[in-house]
Design a protein around this ligand. Structure first.
Ligand SMILES: [Zn+2]
Length: 164
């Protein structure tokens, strides 16, 4: 065996291995990808001996079967790292553009649950720009939450007062 080869548990199915990397919670919640994400914030999964696939695409295919050729898997929740099949739908490139324009990435509305997750990710040591990608928000949004300038009624983070 090559020293770099990863030892896989032969009893663990691909599906189990996939969901071991997902923070699987209630049916309504976003199931965030826990492992590495690409620059767009999507989860990256490496099925054995195959090239990397995007986590949300794999999650959709596990539930619904192969993705029709040339189709995109889009998020109802607009959270790139989310792999909850209930939050995913299939669409074309044009749908993707229309969806993003309609939702307006920059003004994405976070839920209280999202905000608590953002704080939890930061507590685990994730960098602000990585968290921002996973949730599809700007680094400034994450910064404001972590500094207590925004959502402090949820996080109980008190903004630091500037020395007089
Ligand atoms: Zn979601």
């Amino acid at each position: 065996m090559r020293p770099t080869a990863k030892i896989m548990n032969p009893r663990q199915s691909l599906e189990e291995r996939f969901f071991s990397k997902v923070n699987k919670r209630g049916p309504e919640a976003c199931w965030l990808w826990k492992a590495s994400v690409c620059t767009s914030g999507y989860g990256q999964f490496a099925p054995v001996g195959k090239k990397l696939v995007l986590g949300h695409r794999f999650a959709w295919a596990l539930t619904n079967g192969p993705i029709p050729k040339g189709m995109r898997i889009l998020h109802r929740c607009d959270t790139p790292a989310c792999c909850n099949p209930a939050h995913l739908f299939v669409g074309t490139d044009a749908d993707n553009v229309a969806d993003k324009t309609h939702k307006g990435r920059a003004s994405k509305k976070l839920t209280e649950a999202n905000v608590r997750e953002i704080v939890a990710e930061a507590d685990k040591g994730a960098r602000g720009n990585v968290i921002a990608r996973r949730f599809g928000v700007s680094p400034t949004t994450v910064h404001k939450i972590l500094r207590g300038y925004d959502w402090s009624h949820v996080t109980n983070i008190q903004p630091l007062r500037r020395a007089a």
